[in-house]
Design a binder for this molecule. Structure first.
Ligand code: NDP
Length: 282
């Protein structure tokens, strides 16, 4: 049977429509949600991500406060800017576009962000709260995956989930969110032995590796749900970590690249920002 192709573009559009309604409800109470995005240096990829975030903000009615800082910005000046946004009641979310130019300490600046404004979900307090199962702002990409599963009625409860990748921005929070949703979770990485065999145990397989088309049919149990977080630039364009053509015939559901997880990350940033604004204006 042909797999369900999980349409991240459509789900992201729905998420943003709901965010726009929540923004309107806040505005009716005199609160305009605001997102501050700080970009240091002029890396073209980072610049285009920031521009896309600005477009998303204007689409859903969030006010964006954007600051572009030059490559040679001192750590102290960056820290001071974060503190300024921490203290600004018009700003509900703060995002520092990563990676930072060399010489700047990303850990230090992330730790400066007020946890209630940490819409990227990378602050140690946000991750600690996730570990403890307390309400928190969650990292946008794994939260976007959870939203895709919800939208397609895929309940992780009791299922075997395997996450390949253990980064702080994707793999680890992904595993914790699946655990919170009552899946039985295995986290794999570059030292995992016999990765195909471990992956074949998965009812839900999440690939967050950064290796073009690495996950082929040898890694997938027939009927599994396959979520491809990977974004890899190859000669033919953008491809995921999953070999879509090889895996789609045996999966029950699968995300394409592009058009799967990618649009969800941006949508969840908008959702996190409106949630942060709702929280302070209760
Ligand atoms: P990282 O490089 O930080 O982490 C990659 C992980 O994959 C590591 O844990 C690494 O293991 C593991 N890994 C690498 N090679 C292998 C291998 N051969 N076998 C098993 N595991 C391996 O990447 P990110 O988590 O930041 O990103 C992963 C992918 O997701 C990238 O393609 C990135 O572009 C994409 N991405 C997509 C987003 C979206 O919006 N859709 C958002 C963020 C990322 P180890 O820890 O042992 O080194």
């Amino acid at each position: 049977m042909a797999p369900v192709i999980i349409d991240g573009k459509k789900v992201a559009t729905d998420v943003k429509a709901r965010v726009a309604q929540r923004v309107a409800a806040l505005e009716a109470r005199g609160v305009k949600p605001g997102l501050a995005v700080i970009l240091v240096g002029d890396d073209p990829a980072s610049r285009s991500y920031v521009e896309m975030k600005e477009r998303d903000c204007s689409e859903v009615g969030i006010r964006s406060f954007d600051v572009r800082l030059p490559e040679g910005t001192a750590q102290g000046d960056l820290d001071a800017l974060v503190e300024q946004f921490n203290a600004d009641p018009a700003v509900h979310g703060i995002l520092v576009q990563l990676p930072l130019p060399s010489g700047l300490d990303a850990e230090r600046v992330i730790a400066r962000i007020a946890p209630e404004k940490d819409v990227d979900g990378f602050h140690p307090a946000s991750i600690g709260r996730l570990v403890r199962g307390l309400p928190a702002l969650h990292a946008c990409t794994p939260e976007g995956v959870m939203e895709l599963l919800r939208a397609y009625g895929i309940d992780p409860k009791g299922k075997r989930a395997v996450v390949v990748g253990r980064s702080v921005i994707v793999g680890k929070p992904m595993a914790l969110l699946l655990l919170q949703a009552d899946a039985t979770v295995t986290v794999c990485h570059s030292k995992t032995e016999d990765l195909p065999a471990v992956c074949r145990e998965a009812d839900i397989l999440v690939a967050a590796i950064g290796r073009a088309r690495m996950i082929d049919e040898r890694y997938v149990k027939p009927g599994a749900v396959v979520i491809d977080v990977g974004i890899n630039r190859v000669e033919s364009g953008l491809v995921g970590d999953v070999d879509f053509d090889a895996v789609a015939p045996i999966a029950s559901a699968i995300t394409p690249v592009p058009g799967g997880v990618g649009p969800m990350t941006r949508a969840m940033l908008m959702a996190n920002t409106v949630a942060a604004a709702e929280e302070v204006s209760r």
